[in-house]
Design a protein around this ligand. Sequence first.
Ligand code: OMP
Length: 265
Amino acid sequence: MTFKERLRQVQRERNSLLCIGLDPVIDKIPPHMQKTGEPIVAFNKHIIDSTSDIVCAYKFNLAFYETHGPAGIEALEESLEAAPSDVLLIGDGKRNDIGNSAEHYADMLFEGLEFDAVTVNPYMGTDSVEPFIRYPEKGAFILALTSNPGAKDFQKLKVGNYYLYEKVVQRAKKWNTRDNVGLVVGATYPHELAAIRKRAPDMPILLPGVGAQGGDLKKSVEHGCSKKKDLLLINVGRSVIYANNVRDTALELQTLINTYRNQMN
Ligand code: OMP
């Protein structure tokens, strides 16, 4: 099964486009979990236990683990094991390098940590991306138009008649010979999201920026879903994981997303 087929299957079976971002900050973890001695694992397990039937994916931003050195990587590994086997696990490191070095990043993420998908920086071009797209059953989400204000510094520069991010989308489509390449598009750019979806009707889109970053959920669903109303992964981190009631907050999001999907023509 290709990565896209796996994504379609899990989204259909779980009726969910919701991806929760497990980006834990020690100071924000409740005191009773701090006392366990493994606060990150306790926190992540609590989120996973509360939401494992609601999501289609979890995304782990590696910075939140690597900052703690070997203990952080151990916590990451334990957290990954706590997730249900059918839910997709995304390693968000936005990695890349020359091909020879990128191969080792890809090995570490796909073989070592066994992520189902990763985020990849396209800046260094085709040979640097190739190691991440060799595994048909694993996904590579290419940064197209990111959610942050600085996205405009380079991604919105004009290259001929196109913006740089549009060139990235064009190239990512060429890289998609194994049906395993997706795009990262920020929820903070709904207008551009619609244009990107038009250009890439059948590619998975990982969409961060809803919640703490202020992205519009309704527009994200309407503009980001494929014609079959899937292939969009709506990542929400802080506004769910630090909510007073994690399960209710996640359920509310899943329900809203599905309401907006059902309203689509
Ligand atoms: P919250 O803002 O807490 O929902 O988390 C957003 C997550 O998505 C963080 O892990 C970010 O690093 C990541 N992210 C963005 O916020 N914007 C992007 O354009 C791309 C990503 C990403 O690749 O996941």
